[in-house]
Design a protein around this ligand. Structure first.
Ligand code: URA
Length: 237
């Protein structure tokens, strides 16, 4: 990885700040001053210091985005903008991917990462990590349909869900799996239609209310820990 990219992904400095610091002799690689930020470094084995401070490299990036309507939950797409393509450099070229999918018109919390293993665990129905959504319906749904107990979808029974109504037409639903259009299909089965859907938490991590649509930030270490625990300890609904 290029030295300037390394300093950028570790949130140490922007490309131009790195170049300035290096030219003035304030960047060292394994103890030697490095003035050229285009050189390649080995993030896991080289010891890199910025103004004398060692730069800690974390292999995995975890980002939360408040997804706006209209973006695809994908890494890239030939025609349309995706949640990854709107990230600034060098993040847009770091082989990041969304952890799970939201429909194009669904908004709210989407995690973006390069950590395939944890991502896989969080999405596995066997691990039961919870995903909570706020919804609005076109008309009251038929509670007798018992959709939260499980319905046959794609030939299989869905896992139990938790629905908490806030009024006749809106509430929250918590799932531990993510079948295609699952919530929309569940409410359709109970005679209603989802007209607004926003994910508000994922694996115990809540959407940061200060993020406006299209904004993102890195997860804190505590949030990353919460995700890991959620992938390991979840019990189901
Ligand atoms: N269920 C849906 O129907 N859509 C989503 O985007 C997520 C869950």
């Amino acid at each position: 990885m290029r030295l300037d990219k390394f300093l950028s992904v570790t949130k140490t400095a922007t490309r131009s700040e790195s170049s300035k610091a290096a030219k003035s002799g304030n960047v060292t690689v394994n103890g030697a001053v490095e003035k050229n930020t285009a050189v390649n470094v080995d993030p896991e084995n080289d010891r890199i210091c910025f103004f004398g401070q060692p730069v800690v490299y974390r292999k995995y990036v975890w980002i939360m985005m408040n997804k706006p309507s209209g973006l695809l939950s994908a890494s890239n797409d030939k025609k349309e903008k995706t949640v990854v393509s709107i990230l600034p450099p060098p993040l847009d070229s770091m082989e990041l991917f969304p952890c799970g999918r939201l429909d194009k018109d669904t908004v709210g919390l989407i995690m973006i990462t390069n950590d395939g293993e944890l991502s896989h665990k969080l999405l596995s129905p066997k691990k039961h990590a919870e995903k909570k959504y706020f919804f609005k319906l076109s008309k009251p749904y038929d509670r007798q349909a018992g959709i939260e107990n499980g319905i046959i979808m794609d030939g299989k029974l869905t896992k139990p869900a938790r629905i908490e109504m806030q009024d006749e037409l809106s509430g929250t639903i918590t799932l531990t799996e993510g079948k295609y259009h699952q919530i929309k299909r569940m409410f359709e089965r109970a005679g209603s239609k989802v007209i607004y859907l926003k994910r508000i938490s994922f694996g115990g991590v809540k959407l940061d209310p200060s993020l406006r649509a299209g904004e993102w930030r890195y997860l804190t270490e505590a949030e990353e820990e919460t995700l890991k625990k959620s992938a390991d300890n979840a019990k189901g609904i």
